[in-house]
Every structure is written in C-alpha cells, then in structure tokens.
Design a protein around this ligand. Structure first.
Ligand SMILES: NC(=O)c1ccc[n+]([C@@H]2O[C@H](COP(=O)([O-])OP(=O)(O)OC[C@H]3O[C@@H](n4cnc5c(N)ncnc54)[C@H](O)[C@@H]3O)[C@@H](O)[C@H]2O)c1
Length: 362
C-alpha cells in the first residue's frame, strides 16, 4: 500500500486487466490527470504483468478481483480485461459500492448480460460508462453543441476507418473468433469470414455506433443491404432504416493513409469528424460543419476522448455530473448486436446463393 499523502485528495483508480490498453492508453491518460486521479491498484490474472505495471505507477498489485474491489483506496474501477469478463466484473464493481465504473468496449456480449448490468446499476446507483472514446472526444462534443437540427434531418451517415496493417488492431477486431496459434485467420473459410465480420462490428465499428445511433432515431428498425469482408482485414457494410442510409467501412492496407472519419449528411448541411486512430494520444478530433457556403471547424483541442473518459469518471464519482442512463448503454449495445446479427444473416444468405450457383455449374 502506498504511504503517499496527497496534498489535495485525488480519486483512487483500480484497474482490472493490465494489457496493452491499460499500458498504452489509460496509464498515459491518467499520468496527465495526476491532479484529480491517482492509480492505486493494478490487478491482472498474470502476476508478473500485475507487478510490473503497478511498479511503473507506484500502485498496489494483485491477481484477484476481490483484493482490488476490497481496497478502500480505490474509488473508480476500470475494466480492461478481455471482453468475456466484462459483464461479471462490472456487476461486481457496482456491488462493491465503488463511485464509478469504466468498462472497455464491448461492455457485454449479449442482451441478457446488458439487462443484468442495467438492473445492478439501478439498484446500486453506481455510474457506469463504456470506453467508446469518441463519444467523449472534445471535437465530437463541440460539434454536438453546434449542429442544431442536423440529427433530425440527416439522410446519410458514414463511418470510415483506414488503418495501417497492425496485428494488434486485427487481434482486437477479431477477438471474438478464435485466432489460430501463430497464424493469420483462414479467410477462405466461410465461418471465419462470419466471425471476422462480427468481430469487426463488435471490436472496431462499435467505437462509432453510438455516434451513428445519435443520428438514427429509428435505429431499432435496421436492415443490412450488403455485407462484405475486405482482405486482408476490413469490411464494407451497407445498412438502412426507414429514414437513413448508413455505410460502415474499414480497411487495413499499407498503401493508404490512416483515416478515421464520421460523416452525417442532410439536404442542406454536413458534418465530418476526423478522429485520431486508437492508441494515438495527439489531441482531439476535428469537426467540420458545413451549411450552404459556411464552414465551421471545431478543434483540434488539447486532449482526446481517452482523457475525456477519465475527466467524465472523476465528475461522476464526485457527483458533479449525472451518469448516462443505463438505457443509453443498453441501446448502444443492442444496436451493435442487431447489426452484427443481421450482417451474419446477410452473409449466410449470400453463401447459400453461392452454393446453389456453384451446384448449378457443377
Ligand atoms: N478503447 C480502445 O481504443 C480499445 C482498443 C483496443 C481494445 N480495447 C478493449 O480493451 C480491453 C483490453 O484490451 P487489451 O488489448 O489490453 O486486451 P488483452 O487481452 O491483450 O489484455 C488484457 C489483460 O487482461 C488480463 N486478464 C485476462 N483475464 C483476466 C481477468 N479475468 N481479470 C483481469 N485481467 C484478466 C490478461 O492477462 C491481460 O494482461 C478489451 O475489452 C478490448 O476490447 C479498447
């Protein structure tokens, strides 16, 4: 236990899971917020990871969730373990009476888990936020204060992600399928393609689905028109609701410039937001809003959505801000799961048609 006495009391942070996201995303963000937050406890099931990461920040370390949740110096719990542990760990952190919880995306893997989390959050009153960092990016927030009626009037929404080839990105986007040890997934296998598309939606597109949902009032009525896997890794998915056309694109290719953009277009206005890629800590997104001949640019601001998440958690933990409703988190997750399910169903129809066509040629 640290004997350090803070000049001004800071909120204590405990982190469950100390892999790359904790090390390369959260600890650098927290290091810039030392006046309000102090990392007190690092837990990882791998004792050497827990010990070495905790040593970097002068925190206590352990390998058990109970030890971290029983540590009275921990006010805020961040869940950065693999996705299959998220729901149970969020529930345990709420039951332990912590002041706020950050759960890395995806915060649950099915609607039942989401409903359980919602019930526990309501019962305990512990605020929960999900690490969809773009929703905390000052560029997005500045745009939201200035876009007026745009969410009601858009007809077209696009999310486009172009990243350099990077095994980490591919791993996190395909985490939901089993990656063969020591090799690339076998993309000639239809089941692997289905898994990769589901993984792409739940691991990569999920960052921007809350943004898309903000512009899609009829989000519950989503239909997949076309879904394609892009090699070596990526997707092109065309969606529609009764009032919106939505396009999700992602590609990893070393001949292209990295890009992470979100666009919402109406008859007389358009919003484009250029985000920094995941893991990159280089200021905020830039939002460009155009109406007629007028263009307004918001950003770049000094910090990005990762730091924004931690500022939000501090405000929630002190009661300075009200948490998002659990229904918002459930709707975001349900939207992602609906798109993933409809995409896989669309792919199965394509594969069945292909099998029939091949049979006819045989
Ligand atoms: N917000 C973002 O930009 C972003 C980017 C990538 C990944 N993610 C999400 O962050 C989370 C962590 O990603 P990562 O790449 O660091 O994952 P990882 O799987 O590489 O590492 C997670 C760590 O958790 C530990 N662990 C395993 N089981 C555990 C358990 N039951 N309890 C506690 N710790 C456990 C592992 O030993 C490992 O050190 C994932 O949910 C992922 O989806 C977010």
């Amino acid at each position: 236990m640290s004997s350090h006495i803070d000049a001004v009391p800071t909120l204590g942070v405990g982190i469950l899971g100390a892999g790359p996201v904790t090390q390369a995303i959260h600890l650098p963000s927290l290091a810039r917020l030392g006046d309000i937050l102090t990392v007190r406890h690092i837990m990882d099931v791998d004792p050497s990871v827990a010990e070495s990461v905790a040593a970097r920040v002068g925190a206590t370390h352990s390998t058990s969730i109970d030890a971290l949740l029983g540590d009275a110096s921990v006010d805020i719990v961040a869940i950065c373990s693999p996705h299959q542990f998220h729901a149970a760990q969020v529930i345990a952190a709420c039951r332990a009476g912590k002041k706020a919880v950050l759960c890395e995306k995806p915060f649950a893997m099915n609607a039942e888990e989401a409903a359980q989390i919602s019930a526990v959050s309501e019962e305990t009153g512990v605020p929960i936020i999900v690490g969809a960092m773009h929703t905390f990016d000052p560029g997005w927030l500045a745009a939201s204060e200035n876009w007026g009626e745009l969410p009601e009037n858009v007809h077209t929404i696009r999310s486009s992600i172009v990243l350099p080839p990077n095994a980490r990105f591919e791993d996190f986007a395909t985490e939901i399928i089993t990656r063969p040890a020591g090799g690339a997934p076998d993309y000639s296998d239809p089941e692997v393609i289905k898994g990769a598309l589901r993984g792409g939606i739940m691991g990569l597109a999920i960052h921007d689905l809350p943004l898309i949902r903000r512009f899609t009032p009829d989000f519950k009525d989503i239909e997949v028109l076309e879904a394609r896997h892009v090699r070596p890794f990526g997707y092109v998915i065309s969606l529609r609701t009764p009032t919106r056309t939505i396009e999700l694109r992602a590609a990893m290719n070393n001949t292209w410039k990295p890009e992470w953009s979100f666009e919402a277009i109406s008859d007389d206005a358009a919003l484009r937001i250029d985000f920094t890629p995941s893991y990159v800590q280089a200021g905020s997104a830039v939002a460009t809003f155009t109406r007629g001949n007028e263009t307004t640019v918001h950003g770049p601001f000094e910090h990005n959505g990762y730091e924004g998440e931690w500022r939000e958690l501090a405000a929630l933990a002190t009661g300075a801000k009200q948490p998002p409703s659990a229904q918002t988190l459930i709707d975001d997750l349900t939207f992602a799961l609906d798109i993933a399910d409809a995409t896989v169903a669309n792919l199965e129809i394509q594969q069945a048609h292909q099998a029939v066509a091949e049979g006819a040629h045989a």
